[in-house]
Design a protein around this ligand. Structure first.
Ligand code: S5P
Length: 253
């Protein structure tokens, strides 16, 4: 496999390029999914875990005290620790509606999230709606090609059709949420959630693979939430995941 650095030239989206460069410089392929409900907890964790990660993944709609000043503080931390912000919004509607959801409402996601994601289910319109709003702000999009949850309906054919959809918009779509690599095109970046060192699931259908397994399956970025959040020492857990992810990457070169 070519290195993250060698793949920058193939990527046509600025966020994808930036991510590969950042992973190379910082030597981390760890994304932290900071699924907490209070902004002060999120900011505290972002400050502590920030040095270990390439991406901080948020679900802003679970925050009970969201505010614009919180976003400004988060942006400062992203700058301080050099990570990208990924709002895991999983858009899933028609183009017109997702464009409004991306730009308007309370969250104004397009204004601060370097990247977000969308289901491919509605077809090209969803990508076009987000792309129209996101390109001018130099944002990037990930498509959900595979999911980690038990019994999900995203089969092989769905994943392949998602890949074909992405291929139409390489200036905006730079990769996938997936469990496996879908193509040999070095431009695509794969982010894998459902990662834990103890690869047991939860009681709501989540399924886990180890960091090594995710990278062996062709993934580039491991997304870890509760493996870090619920650890007695989240910082040392993050360091452990970072090391496991990076070691596994070096073995693929
Ligand atoms: O297939 C998926 C896609 C995503 S983005 N499975 C997932 O679990 N996710 C997200 O990754 C999920 O919404 C959550 O924020 C995170 C996994 O969290 P963990 O605590 O199970 O590591």
């Amino acid at each position: 496999m070519p290195s993250y650095k060698d793949r920058i030239q193939f990527c046509k989206n600025p966020v994808g390029k930036k991510l590969l460069a950042l992973m190379t410089e910082k030597e981390t392929n760890l994304a932290f999914s900071v699924d907490v409900t209070q902004t002060k907890d999120l900011l505290l964790l972002a400050d502590k875990i920030g040095p270990e990660i390439c991406i901080l993944k948020t679900h802003v709609d679970i925050l009970e005290d969201f505010s614009l000043s919180f976003i400004h503080e988060l942006e400062e931390l992203a700058q301080k620790h050099q990570f990208l912000i990924f709002e895991d919004r999983k858009f899933a509607d028609i183009g017109h509606t997702v464009q409004l959801q991306y730009q308007k409402g309370i969250y104004h996601i397009a204004d601060w999230a370097h990247m977000t994601n969308a289901h491919s289910l509605p077809g090209p319109g969803i990508v076009e709606g987000l792309r129209e709003a996101g390109l001018a702000k130099e944002r990037g999009l990930l498509l959900l090609a595979e999911m980690s949850s038990k019994g999900n309906l995203l089969d092989k054919n769905y994943a392949n059709q998602t890949l074909a959809l992405a291929e139409q918009y390489p200036d905006f779509v730079f990769g996938f949420i997936a469990q496996h690599k879908l193509s040999d095109n070095p431009a695509w970046i794969y982010l894998t959630p459902g990662v834990q060192i103890e690869d047991k699931g939860d009681n709501l259908g989540q399924q886990y693979v180890t960091p090594e397994k995710a990278i062996q399956n062709g993934s580039d970025v491991i997304i870890v939430g509760r493996g870090i959040l619920k650890a007695s020492d989240p910082v040392s857990a993050a360091k452990k995941y970072r090391e496991a992810g990076w070691e596994a990457y070096l073995k693929t070169l």
